[in-house]
Ligand binder design. Sequence first.
Ligand code: ATP
Length: 310
Amino acid sequence: MDDDILTVQNVNKTYDSGHTALKDVSLSLHRGEILALLGPNGAGKTTLISIICGIVRATSGRVAVDGHDTVHQYRAARRMIGLVPQEIVLEPFESVYDTVRYSRGIFGARPNDAYIESLLKRLSLWDKKSAITKELSGGMKRRCLIAKALAHEPRILFLDEPTAGVDVELRKDMWDTVADLKTHGVTTILTTHYIEEAEAIADRIGVISDGRLLLVEEKASLMKRLGRRQVRLMLTAPVNTVPEALEKYGLELGPDNSLIYNYNEDEPQVAALLADLSAAGFTLRDVETQKRSLEEIFVELVRSANGDGA
Ligand code: ATP
């Protein structure tokens, strides 16, 4: 599709050790979207990103970045990518401005002071342009790494575990930054172990486990498809069995005189259940609702893919 900035086609990777890290992975990324790649340790996330960046060679399959083949047109493909490493690696005594400007030069891009200025402003670093990097706060250092990655005007930004070991406030700051970059048309892939991170900022979510891409799906539709909900109805009077009149709802008995109703977001019958409950002579004391989190969905997906029903 014309609008795809990245296409990964049937990529396999077996390392020299004989270990197969990727198995028939295919993926397309639309311009301007944010994809979160979730997966447990050793799932193959870094291998996939390294192949897309041309650092590791696939055993078979094909990757194109903005139409450029990552093997045969390596330089053109690599120039389309900005990579933000997990660790903070900055020259301590260099100014913010110089370090970002230098990064642009590495990719052979012509100096463009107006672009560097707009980039630093976008990342709220313009006030700090003359500060040396070691004087920056943790959040500013991370934003400085993003500015370096975007200095040569790539089309895709890779964030490898952007908030690993980062406190809650900084994490929010990073999420805001990524959301803001999206409004400027930046396409982002981030790898993460944090489900809440994917839930907070991704448009689509990819789940990778044991080298296989189990799914790539719109976050909203994934939540809708697999996000089960639960209502706990607490009653004023004791209830020992599920009333016959309510059998069709598949209710379970819960603690403290409660009945539990599990349903999918797609087919809620809560209003009908409440009406039937009242008609059957029960009075509600309280109601509790619960939504299955993306984390629970993820754990279940990985388990069932590994053939582990437990
Ligand atoms: P993490 O979340 O822990 O960073 P990951 O999803 O990024 O993990 P990879 O680093 O891609 O996973 O590793 C996938 C598998 O490939 C692992 O079993 C790893 O041990 C193996 N692997 C990675 N690099 C090499 C290599 N150079 N040689 C042999 N095996 C490797």
